[in-house]
Structure formats: structure tokens, C-alpha cells
Write a protein that binds this ligand. Sequence first.
Ligand SMILES: NC(=O)c1ccc[n+]([C@@H]2O[C@H](COP(=O)([O-])OP(=O)(O)OC[C@H]3O[C@@H](n4cnc5c(N)ncnc54)[C@H](OP(=O)(O)O)[C@@H]3O)[C@@H](O)[C@H]2O)c1
Length: 282
Amino acid sequence: MKILITGANGMLAKAVKKRFEKEELILTGSKELDITNAQKVAEFISSSNPKVIINCAAYTAVDKAEEEKEAARKVNCEGVKNLAIASAKNNSILIHISTDYVFGGNLPLEKAYKEEDPKEPVTVYGITKLEGENQICQNTTKFYIFRTAWLYGEGNNFVRTMIKLGKEKNEVNVVSDQYGSPTYAVDLADIIYKALEKKIPYGIYHATSEGFTTWYNFTKEIFKLVNIPCSINPVTTEEFPRPAKRPKNSMLSKEKIVKQGIIIPTWQNGLERYIKSEISQK
Ligand SMILES: NC(=O)c1ccc[n+]([C@@H]2O[C@H](COP(=O)([O-])OP(=O)(O)OC[C@H]3O[C@@H](n4cnc5c(N)ncnc54)[C@H](OP(=O)(O)O)[C@@H]3O)[C@@H](O)[C@H]2O)c1
């Protein structure tokens, strides 16, 4: 199967590349295919004729986006629109990754967001990602949108940052009132693979690891697995201000995708495999 992966140098793309290594892959970074260039996107997709397009390209700098609204919109909305139009014209399946930030984050903590819950993004990043989702729904029918959250994998990410800090310091402050699901990029790549293999119905699905935690408890688990004696102080979101507002509730219900027979590992299981395969040996 011929598959085009856009944004091929990104964190998720690296895991997707590995999961789909037996397929005929066309890999494009932003230099080879800038998704904001409508004409290039149309020409590239028509001439390479992929059966599936996995869009891993995005503007992902959540805080910087607050000041770079147009730059974020260009990639996350216009770029995604270009891919949606070109994939519809070429009859390709478009797979796109979205985010928990399309929600407002104020849902009571005993509930997790379902796919159809009201979208109330409160950050520029979230607004532009929601616009991208809408462009797909308006311009093509053969699509999967997987909303994920708290992603880590190859390259810089929260786990690596905390390991580095934990080794350098005696204590760290970590936010303990935001809830979500840390998600190993390898496990998200596997969900994408299985969705295609099983030909689940097109549409929007939540796709994070199973189980929920806080950044504080996530850090506790990381330090336990890597044997880091650094102590962790729980702090509130208000004590840790960031340019872009962070959702308190980032919990996404996986009921819809699980009903399709896709089994998702827990975040603890994902973290353990990540540490064993990508941290311990280095
Ligand atoms: N990371 C998370 O915690 C998280 C959480 C929820 C959802 N997501 C979503 O998951 C997806 C993958 O995220 P990630 O963390 O793997 O992202 P990432 O590592 O930041 O990679 C994004 C890639 O997009 C490419 N890109 C940017 N502008 C482009 C353009 N105009 N044309 C083509 N490529 C372009 C970049 O390429 P260059 O570097 O070559 O410019 C970069 O390699 C994104 O859709 C993101 O919104 C991520």
C-alpha cells in the first residue's frame, strides 16, 4: 500500500514510519512538501497517488502560537484544508491527528470527553486545530481524525525533560491538578495501523493511552522506573503560569475506538516500554 507521511521529521511521524515500514512509504518533511502550499500539495498528491495520507505535520508550539496566530492557522487550518481537498480529489484516505485542546478542559473530573462533546478551545493552538478538523469534515469523506494528548516518543518530550531535571536537581515542582493520558507515540502509531487494517468506519476518534493521571503522578512513575531519587513537589496550575491556558481536564474517552475492537495499552505500560527501549539503553 502506498502511504504518504507528511511532517515526516516529527515525533509521531518517526513512530508511524516504523509501524508502517513494510508499506511503500513516501516521506516528506516541510522542505519536501510544505502543506501550506495548495498548488504543490495538489500536484504532489496527484502525481504520487498515495492510497493513504498520514498527516503528521502541524504547528505544535502551544505557547508560541498565542503570539503567532497566523502562522499556526496557516499550518493547522489552511495546510490541513489543502490536504483534505487534494485527498478527496485523488480518492485517498486522509489520516489526521488532532488534540484534546479542541475542548475547553472544564468538564467535571469524574467525566472524560466524548468525541461529540462541545468544542470550546481556549488557546490559539486549540482553535486552529479545531479549524483543521472542520476543514477535513467539509472537504472529504474518507478520513480518520485521531485526537491524542500528552504525546511522548523519539526526540524532546516531557519524559526526557523530567529525567534530565531529576538528575540535575534535588527537587522539582510539577503540576498536580491537570488530568490526562500520557500517550506513547509508538502506541498511537499502532492504533492508526489497526484502524486502517480493520477498516473501522471513517470519522473522529479519541486515541490516547488508557487510564488517566496528573503530570505530578506521571513524573512520580517516571522517576520510579528510572530510579531517580529527586523529590517532587505538587503545584497548582495557577502556581505554574504559561502563555497558553492549560486544560484541567484533558481526559478523552476511548469508548468509541475500543468498540471497534482496538485494544489500547495503559499509560503505565506504554511508559515502561518507552523507558526500556528508548531511555535505559542510551
Ligand atoms: N506532542 C503532543 O503532546 C501532542 C498532543 C496532542 C496532539 N498532538 C498532535 O499530534 C501530531 C504530531 O505531533 P508531534 O508532537 O509529532 O509534532 P512535532 O514533533 O512538532 O512535528 C511536527 C512536524 O510538522 C512539520 N511541519 C510544520 N509545518 C509544516 C508545514 N508547513 N508543512 C509540512 N510540515 C510541517 C515539522 O517539520 P519541520 O520540523 O521540518 O519544519 C515537524 O516535523 C500533531 O498534529 C499535533 O498537533 C501532539
